[in-house]
Design a protein around this ligand. Structure first.
Ligand code: NAP
Length: 346
């Protein structure tokens, strides 16, 4: 009597092989899962393809070839997610009732709920699972997953999430994961902005930056994040782990989310001003530790691309108060008593 052939392993879909998606997909592959992958830029998929993953030409093909009917997405923002799911040859075209999409991107809670509703109309389930931690944590399986969705859907996603996250926390229904992620990033991004400002002040006061960093890391201002950014701050080199433009996107989402529930996110909005100056100065694709650059440039109350002359007046002397009115666009970037209306989400 012949023994039945072993069942082929179920294939998981993965779309979005950027700085986070690529190492996460690799963790899934290394854990023994068969993958079918797609990325807008194919070259980023090559290492995974060389390791045995299958390539799909479009998101729709991922849905067709993912026999598990489980697909992960890791994309820049809600616009990219919308395109991947509902655009031409989008994933939603090939997934049917009972399929599950797990989105790891940082988007707004309202955007997560809207996507879940649109997929739900086709019987497709959705879980939002944005991540705490960065590229290194993704490589090492040490991420923190903030998960929103139904009990059943989260239970289905959990073992896969556990292959790249040290902690998988089901925080509530769809949208709760992205809500928790925004709360998390309010703290992490404003922390880096505040650290940049602290180092700018240290420089203005004539202190050695490296020594100041060393002392700050031994004092009450210590954080693991500061420790991770130590070399970037010391050397003023910012190879991207978490791009400044994505941190700026998160601050905009935070401001909009706060506004939608009548809460104040003034500190986040001020940090956003600093990051915007960094983007204008060309640091958008660098790590968000590059917030140090506009912070250093601010000491002379000039834009970052307009370096101060050598005979700069003593930066310790307070500048005269500008004659700004609330929301006055002529007011300097760090001299705005009223921050004016929030920019909307991207
Ligand atoms: N990096 C971090 O430390 C970190 C940590 C936690 C959360 N996050 C969040 O995780 C998500 C991914 O971050 P990341 O650092 O991996 O960003 P990334 O390296 O810029 O990757 C973004 C991904 O989105 C794709 N994409 C962008 N626009 C698209 C479009 N219009 N259509 C199709 N695909 C599109 C990109 O494709 P291409 O390769 O073709 O550009 C790429 O695969 C973001 O929401 C970010 O906020 C990042």
């Amino acid at each position: 009597m012949s023994t039945p052939a072993p069942a082929a392993p179920e294939v998981i879909g993965f779309i979005g092989l950027g700085m986070m998606g690529a190492p996460i997909a690799e963790r899934l592959r290394a854990a023994g899962h068969s993958l079918v992958v797609h990325n807008r830029t194919r070259s980023k998929a090559e290492p995974l393809l060389a390791a045995g993953a299958r390539w799909a030409f479009a998101p729709k093909d991922v849905g067709r070839e993912a026999t598990s009917k489980l697909v992960f997405t890791s994309l820049s923002d809600a616009k990219a997610l919308d395109r991947v799911l509902f655009g031409r040859r989008g994933l939603a075209e090939s997934l049917g009732p009972g399929a599950l999409v797990v989105d790891l991107s940082t988007i707004a809670p309202a955007e997560s709920r809207s996507v879940a509703d649109r997929l739900g109309a086709r019987g497709i389930h959705f879980v939002d699972g944005p991540l705490g931690g960065s590229v290194e944590a993704a490589r090492n399986g040490r991420l923190l997953a903030f998960v929103g969705g139904s009990d059943e859907d989260v239970a289905r996603a959990r073992p896969f999430l556990a292959s790249f996250a040290r902690r998988v926390e089901h925080v509530g229904p769809v949208g709760a994961g992205t809500a928790m992620k925004l709360v998390n990033n309010l703290l992490t991004v404003t922390y880096v902005a505040a650290a940049a400002e602290a180092l700018s002040l240290a420089e203005g006061l004539g202190l050695d930056r490296r020594r100041a960093i060393d002392l700050l890391l031994d004092g009450g201002g210590y954080s693991r994040l500061f420790e991770q950014k130590r070399i970037a701050f010391e050397e003023r080199r910012y190879p991207a782990q978490f791009q400044l433009r994505l941190a700026d996107k998160d601050l905009r989402l935070i401001a909009a989310a706060a506004r939608s529930v009548g809460r104040d996110a003034r500190i986040a909005r001020e940090a956003e001003r600093l990051l915007r100056e960094g983007i204008r100065a060309g640091f958008g694709g660098d790590d968000f530790a590059a917030a140090l650059e506009p912070a250093l440039a601010r000491r002379a109350h000039r834009p970052v691309d307009d370096p101060a002359p050598a005979n700069e007046p003593n930066p310790v002397a307070p500048p005269p108060d500008p004659p700004s009115t609330p929301g006055d666009p002529a007011a300097g970037p760090n001299e705005t008593p009223d921050l004016g209306p929030d920019p909307g989400p991207p």
